[in-house]
Design a protein around this ligand. Structure first.
Ligand SMILES: Cc1ccnc(S(N)(=O)=O)n1
Ligand SMILES: [Zn+2]
Length: 256
């Protein structure tokens, strides 16, 4: 099937849907100003239960590399947190920079991290398909995890080892090993950060980053290409969207 987002998600939207016009009122990413975030005591802990055997394959979609999961059942889901329903894991991917000074999509007090992981989930309780959920305000939930440089990350290495092959078939991979155990998160109503940019995402941004070592980010992520075989090589770097205006939104925190 075509891996071109524009084919999968044409930017032109149903005129009636107010959610999918970029330049809308809830675009992502944003800068999270820690002191402006509001503690919400009613926010529940996020419940994450992934079945590693739902892992399918890793591939390069021209925007990032992503690991896709079998989302035909409720085997890998998240619930609780700011969410009304449970959401099914569909894929995870990363955003990174050409150098360690930047790379994340969200910033915290205007600080960039070298990379950011996005675990994308969709509301299969309410919507029949992912494609439909993409167009609805409560359709998606994306967990954002910042990567900072530090000690080697064993779980990430499994992915890094597969990158050269990129078409690498995965047997099992449990993405919860990439999520910090600290339960603290920020949450806000936002959008997808690559086309179709629809305003359908409940963002859950973990407060604590995970630590990865220099080689894991630099060697691995920056060896990937935007271009396909035979084209003039363009390294896949700086695949993050510029910050978007907060407009009339409040970022809530699950912690004081
Ligand atoms: C599945 C998908 C498509 C577009 N953008 C995103 S993202 N970067 O907002 O997680 N995810
Ligand atoms: Zn993303």
């Amino acid at each position: 099937e075509s891996h071109d987002w524009n084919v999968l998600f044409p930017l032109t939207s149903h005129a009636s849907s107010p959610l999918s016009i970029p330049g809308g009122t809830r675009q992502s990413p944003i800068n999270i100003q820690w002191r402006d975030s509001v503690y919400d005591p009613f926010l529940k802990p996020l419940k994450i239960s992934y079945d590693p055997s739902t892992c399918l394959h890793i591939w390069n979609n021209g925007y990032s590399f992503l690991v896709e999961f079998d989302d035909s059942t409720d085997k890998s889901i998240i619930m609780g947190g700011p969410l009304e329903n449970q959401y099914r894991l569909k894929q995870f991917h990363f955003h990174w920079g050409a150098i360690n000074e930047w790379g994340s999509e969200h910033t915290v007090d205007s600080k960039f991290y070298p990379a950011e992981l996005h675990l994308v989930h969709w509301n299969a309780v309410v919507y029949p398909t992912f494609e439909e959920a993409v167009m609805e305000g409560n359709g998606l939930a994306v967990i954002g995890v910042f990567l900072k440089l530090g000690k080697h990350h064993e779980g990430l290495q499994t992915l890094v080892d597969a990158l050269p092959a990129i078409k690498h078939k995965f047997d099992v991979f449990d993405p919860s090993c990439l999520i910090p155990s600290c339960p603290d998160y920020w949450t806000y109503a936002g959008s997808l950060t690559t086309p179709p940019l629809t305003e359908s995402v409940t963002w859950i941004i973990k407060k604590k980053p995970i630590e990865v070592d220099e080689n894991q980010v630099s060697f691995a992520f920056r060896m990937l290409l935007f271009t396909s075989d035979g084209e003039e090589e363009k390294r896949m770097v700086d695949n993050f969207r510029p910050l978007q205006p907060l407009m009339d939104r409040t970022v809530r925190s699950s912690f004081q």
